[in-house]
Design a protein around this ligand. Sequence first.
Ligand SMILES: [Zn+2]
Length: 907
Amino acid sequence: MHSRARLSFHEAVISPAVVNRYTTSVFSFLRSAFAFDAPCALMSPRSSLRRLAALGAILVGLCLTAAPASGQDLPLAMDTPLPGTDSYDDAIPTPTEVIGHEIGTRHTRPAQVVRYFEAVAAASDRVQLREHGRTYEGRRLIHAVVTSTDNQENLDQIQRANRRAATAPTQVSDEDLQDRPAVVLMGYSIHGDEASGTEAAILLLYHLAAGSGPDVEAALENAVTLIDPMFNPDGRDRFVDWVNGNRGGTPTADPQDREHNQPWPGGRTNHYWFDLNRDWLPAQHPSSQGRLDYFHNWKPQVLTDFHEMGSEATYFFQPGVQSRTNPNTPEMNQELTGRIAERHGEYLDQIGSLYYTRETFDDFYYGKGSTYPDINGSIGILFEQASSRALRKETSKGELTYPFTVRNQFMTSLSTMRAVVELRTDLLEYQRDFFANRDEALQDTETEAFLVDRSAQPTRARALAQVLDRHEVRMFDLDESVQANGTTFRPGDAYMVPLDQPQGRFVKAAMERTSTYPDSIFYDVSTWSLPLAFGVEHAAVSDAPAQGQRLQDPSYESGEVVGGRSEYTYVLPWGKYYAPRAVQRLHNNDIRPRVMTEPFTARVNGSSQSFDRGAIVVQVQQRGVAADSIHQVVQRIAEDDYVDVYAVDQGMTPQGPDLGSAGSDILDPPKVAIITGTGGGSRYSGTSAYNAGEVWHLLSERMNVPVSLVDLSDVQYADLDRYNTMVLAGGSFNDLPTDDIENWVRNGGTLIGVEDAVEWPIEQGMVDLEERELDVDSLVQDQSYADLDNAYGAQGIGGSIFETNLDPTHPVAYGYDESVPVFRVGTGFYDPSDEPGASVGTYDATPRLSGYLSDEQTEQARGAASIEAHEVGGGQVILFMDNPNFRAFWYGTNGLFLNAVHFGQIL
Ligand SMILES: [Zn+2]
């Protein structure tokens, strides 16, 4: 039973005598498979070849590719090599036995994946199954820990030793690394509709759990392999439900077929329509948080990230475009990526699959799964397979099948394992040195520490600390007061994030502001400076002050009810992160809040307390609500919304308006419709699922506001009077019924537009704003044909951070100071409105705080409109040119958007 292990059955796995015995049946199987009308049933279970057949991608590949002579994979599928693999253990269940279908014959559902992983873990002492969380929809997030039985017995010790290379690198010698297994995290299909990766994960698990032979054994002995088969099970289920549900008994390759065209929003994203492959750094979603937790417990040397791309492409693996590698990533990282890539090339050569490297994809934004490891001493590798989307798909190069795509992903999974075995000590040393050489890497960095104030915005400062904590960053209290950037940072009221710590290189990359770039094309955003995003007072200091106690627990701190139980009113100051949730909590309990539009002072506990605009007054004696219930709700607000509430026993105030002021409006509960879907256009038109999802997540998940997702094509039939607030979160809205919406606004509705959605109300003439023109063609005129793409790209804004100057007396800016960092994508700039009071925010004369911005676009942005609020009849249109809710980590500007939701009605 030992020979070259290839999955070409005629010369495989088994001794020549056995081969003779089985060759016929195998070939007859293959032939019948080619005929396509024959069932793709496997051979008799008695056959010892059944075990190889369990690697169904290959066999099934034949079944599915057979009918139309695609030429793409037919001859190759017959000769798929599985290097260094002799046989498979009967005691380990095959995917078919557990799941009920051959891998590749249909799209495997998340629950089936979990069931298979459970079954293998139960049967194999090479495999442990671990759960690292639940998705929003309650699906289990699992990963398997796969290694030799010897390693399994010493797993804790291996894990501890592996972590030491990161946490105490100078104490780890080359000899220490000699006999230690590497750790590789094989991660798959973070985009739920890029489904082939997960199928390959199933095959990899079977291969490692059941296989024997020199390469399998080498992989088990030399590596601890963490197989995370589904980074995004909610998205996968949405997608799989669609493809499996729209396929008949005979799969069709027609790209216009329903099976190939999932409806908006598709399965790419998570429950709230976020791209999880941007969330590795912000870490705002449960799946990212659970994954980071085990990532850092292990500190893998290699992490794979399997994706799919357009159907006309071939196969891509990193390294990508060299000039688009983040400058904080060491060169050696790219060199090792290149050496690993040689193995992918070899393995794909063997099965005849075309591929490419060093083009298209970058390695810049640390929020992506293939780039995040690069700032953690690890090697992240992006794989992109041309997508068959459904089971078969016509392309200009012939038919592309799901099994073919699975096979490629499986082969590069194996080549990754081979590379980890062969480069094991290089990878271990590289990671150790990444952490050991921190000082050297940071020697040109002037910053020694970041200081973050937590007194003005305690919840936002702690939300930032929570993110840093998820990345194993250490934070410390200050030992003494420090003056920097015009702010005094005080012990107990601030924390310090020093670069002199194991995660120092990460700290720099996550916190710094950037303005110079080796390349001007960005696959994603050009900056993500976390202190700016969280809107906290902060400073980068070149001398780290003496540090106090380590900040151990970054969870939010409850507020208090200052002054105890009141029989008259409570006052909630405005501006803390969860104050809008506090107001919503009042609404949800039928308690009517009033908003104060002028500053005032009030007597609290015998002393004078001042309140800014936006303070919420809660009268204790309200019709229809028992005072006791008001006290309870106020108590919960302090505890769970983390804001202080003040008991005020007199309506007459020492300064400013009295509490029953004519200018203090009673707030209605927001009744919010978010416009979603594609309307009458194609599935690629209409609203932006990302932007709509950000609003949905903010309101429904964080702020307890019930929202209605209303499809664009249903708006014309909808009873709009059910809503007082409508959000156009991004995208194009040509299918909206203009008259209906305008009438609804004129009757008192608040229409909120975000990013490119601001165009619709402007185009409809509801708001009068002048767009600034920039003739980009004339700017790129002198460029050669080959340089044109770059020249146009250099005039784009893929995501930069601007400074917006606010009018803090405007209700949309209540709770804010005079300036705020905002996140901006796109180049549509408008002059601020001439209408008095309508211009809530404009970009600063020096607009850029961080990120890429060309000189010409800087000119365009100077003083341009950032936030506009226009009265239209009895209602209002509020426009955010930026994205205040970007990727759920822009805590600093969420408040502006929430002001529009809660206070739009008082404009
Ligand atoms: Zn993808």
